[in-house]
Write a protein of this length. Structure first.
Lengths: 283, 247, 219
């Protein structure tokens, strides 16, 4: 049987210029239940689909408050995510201690990326198997970043990660141009709709999603990062469903056709993959 | 914080050849600063003394820090220059992020406070009183800031501040005459009044002053100039005349 | 010759009075050193949690370091436990934090006030190295020697020797307690040069915290 010679060690390159261990870590992100993030000029919303491991258990926490001005949603190895969110929290506390001001979101995302990068260059380490959506507020407004196990990080208007996130991405791609002027309420509604896309027909309720928001109010004060309570979420979901029933709805129905595995094709990490295919790290 | 001592600083509790500041060598005098309508204005003379000798006559003790702040320093001049190096490093790396965020006067002041307090905790103080002023656009409009910190880490904000002798001579004047809505011209007039009093009453001050301002437009440090003095007051001509127990 | 002294006393007085369902925490806003007043409007009060307020006098550098330290530890607690720290928990943390620096102490005299887990007012009073006691009222700082006897006289707490232990909270109503605090500050300001300018009063009750500032003599 064929065995990949280049994937036993994070620090070993394949002749095609790929780091398979890192790519495997990024596969772990796709296994986790989906997370969605989107932002306007002043607010950022993070949403997560809650999946429990079996009927008898509760789901794992996917959204973490990092500080008053920032939070993360994660997909992949939740345990790794917890370690990273603890790191982010302590970075924010330390910055606030020295400068009496919140740590800018871009710098928060970069510190996280630097921490992830170290694990891709040490033979005795393992890359973090978690993708994080970092949302927050600083003096240049609201921001949304995606941090991935490779140490790459990107800023987004809206993004989705985790299993079946492609459906959510498709939904967001059709609408993102208007997001900058959205009200917080509109952001929440679109976050819910995007999460719904990832549920594959399962009914969206307040118990299978988590929504959080951070932003700056009109009077200039910070609306601290917080998870919105289930009751309010259910109200919003109900009102959305009521509105859906009236018009024929231009809403998408193609969710099942747009699933993972259709983009980067690294799942099998086949060393015989065409050399010109982009390495998943680039995405 | 008086200047004293021409002896060499001895290493005391530090052991093995380390040296810490036991007392200052070359010291600058008062810095005075206040908020006004458009920002913050700061002033000091350009002298630095070696004990009671006026050793340097043309040193700059007010500097710009980043885009939004001014710092004024009194006390040990070498320590002040070391602090300027720290701030240079800080603002440079802040600038290099190039992400639309920058340290404002409040953040710089908080940082300086940590530096000063940590050094006092090591019994290795930076022998200065520092004044930090600035303006920065915030979410609620332009925010003026004026704060100070001393060699052991005592720090606070106020509308007008003065270090050293200025705390005794200039603050009473500022408390009586300062207003939030002063124009630049009015502010200069008030600052010059304070500087003149200090020139007359502080033996180590000199008649070469520097004034600086900072607004949302940026900082301006004006070239040094002298104030018109009048030593012809009758009390100055024969100060001991009429005093009991003198000849 | 001047030698380096890592401490200075910036003066000030802090008071806290606990009632059945409220707590009043107050401190003047004067910051002085020697015979100079550095600032007339410097707050000595830190809001550490939603039902927990700390007032401290002594060396301002140490006070701020201590208060920042506690704020940071409270945040870590919040992250770990998903709730704000209770006032009695903060009281123990403050004691530990002070004792940690037993041989290079924080020169800070603290009174911690707030509501306990039952919603009852509580006051904790400290020395600089961390020994502390839960009481019904307390004063700390330069004006404490002037205020404490007045508070003893007016609030008449039950003797701590009584068995079983009596409730230490004061019988006054909230507004009576606030008036008493205003009076003791006005009185201490008459004789203590380090107390004055204005007094910041924070009232903590079931509806949250409420802050007011009252002018004092400026001389």
């Amino acid at each position: 049987m064929f065995r990949n010679q280049y994937d036993t060690d994070v620090t070993t390159w394949s002749p095609a210029g790929r780091l398979f261990q890192v790519e495997y870590a990024m596969e772990a992100v796709k296994q986790g239940s989906a997370c969605v993030g989107l932002r306007s000029a002043t607010h950022a919303v993070l949403a997560a689909a809650n999946k429990s491991a079996n009927e008898l258990s509760s789901h794992q926490r996917k959204v973490f408050r990092v500080a008053d001005h920032a939070g993360v949603a994660l997909a992949g190895l939740t345990a790794d995510g917890r370690v990273l969110s603890r790191f982010l929290r302590s970075e924010c506390i330390n910055h606030a201690f020295v400068y009496d001001a919140p740590l800018p979101v871009s710098r928060l995302a970069l510190r996280l990326a630097d921490k992830a990068q170290v694990c891709t260059q040490r033979s005795w380490k393992r890359p973090y198997g978690v993708g994080l959506l970092v949302a927050g507020l600083d003096e240049s407004g609201a921001h949304l970043y995606y941090n991935c196990p490779s140490g790459n990080y990107f800023e987004y208007q809206a993004f989705a990660i985790g299993s079946r996130s492609q459906a959510a991405k498709t939904y967001l791609e059709r609408r993102f141009e208007k997001f900058n002027d959205y009200t917080p309420d509109q952001l929440i509604r679109d976050a819910l709709s995007a999460i719904k896309e990832t549920l594959q027909g399962e009914k969206l309720t307040s118990s299978n999603c988590t929504i959080s928001i951070v932003g700056r109010k009109d009077d200039g004060t910070v609306e601290p990062f917080s998870v919105i309570d289930a009751k309010r979420i259910q109200e919003i979901i109900d009102s959305m469903e009521a509105a859906d029933e009236v018009p024929p709805a231009d809403a998408p129905a193609e969710s099942s056709s747009m699933q993972e595995g259709d983009d980067t094709g690294a799942a099998g990490a086949d060393p015989a993959a065409p050399a010109d295919a982009p390495a998943p790290m680039d995405i | 914080m008086d200047a004293c001592g021409t002896q060499a600083a001895a290493a005391a509790a530090g052991g093995e050849g380390t040296q810490r500041t036991l007392y200052p060598y070359v010291t600058g005098n008062s810095v005075i600063a206040m908020k006004y309508k458009d920002g913050v204005i700061m002033a000091c003379d350009t002298g630095a003394s070696y004990g009671s000798t006026l050793r340097y006559k043309s040193v700059e003790r007010i500097k710009a820090v980043g885009k939004h702040s001014l710092i004024g320093g009194s006390g040990e001049f070498s320590d002040f220059q070391e602090i300027l190096r720290y701030l240079d490093e800080l603002t440079l790396s802040d600038h290099m992020w190039d992400d639309g965020n920058s340290l404002g006067p409040k953040e710089i002041h908080a940082y300086l406070t940590r530096v000063m307090y940590n050094r006092r905790n090591k019994f290795d103080p930076l022998w200065n009183s520092l004044v930090l002023g600035g303006v920065k656009k915030g979410p609620k409009g332009d925010e003026k800031y004026l704060g100070m910190v001393n060699m052991i880490g005592t720090h606070f904000e106020d509308n007008h501040l003065a270090t050293g002798f200025g705390n005794h001579m200039a603050i009473p004047i500022l408390r009586a005459e300062w207003r939030e809505d002063m124009t630049f011209e009015e502010a200069i007039k008030l600052i010059e009044k304070c500087l003149l009093v200090l020139l007359y009453r502080d033996r180590s001050s000199i008649n070469k002053f520097q004034i600086a301002k900072i607004t949302t437009e940026g900082s301006t440090i004006y070239p040094p100039y002298a104030l018109k003095t009048n030593w012809g007051f009758s009390a100055f001509e024969n100060p001991s005349k009429g005093a009991v127990g003198t000849w | 010759m001047a030698r380096f002294d890592p401490y200075e006393n910036n003066g000030g007085t802090c008071v806290a009075v606990a009632g059945a369902d409220y707590c009043v925490v107050a401190a003047d806003t004067r910051l002085s050193v020697g015979y100079s007043i550095l600032s007339r409007a410097h707050s000595k009060i830190a809001h550490l949690a939603d039902k927990c307020v700390l007032a401290s006098s002594g060396f301002q550098g140490d006070i701020k370091a201590l208060q920042k330290n506690l704020t940071a530890k409270e945040l870590v607690y919040e992250h770990n436990h998903n709730k704000k720290m209770s006032c009695p928990a903060m009281a123990q943390l403050l004691s530990n934090t002070l004792y940690y620096k037993r041989f290079f102490p924080y020169y800070a005299f603290n009174v911690l006030g707030g509501l306990d887990s039952e919603g009852k007012g509580c006051v904790f009073t400290y020395d600089a190295v961390g020994s502390y006691e839960r009481t019904g009222y307390s004063a700390q700082g330069t004006g404490a020697t002037l205020m404490m006897p007045v508070l003893d006289n007016q609030l008449k707490s039950p003797s701590p020797l009584l068995l079983p232990a009596r409730d230490a909270v004061t019988p006054l109503s909230e507004s009576e307690a606030v008036d008493l605090v205003k009076d003791v500050f006005a009185s201490a300001t008459e004789r203590d040069i380090y107390t004055g300018d204005s007094v910041e009063i924070v009232v903590i009750n079931s509806s949250g915290t409420h802050r007011e500032c009252i002018e004092l003599r400026k001389d």
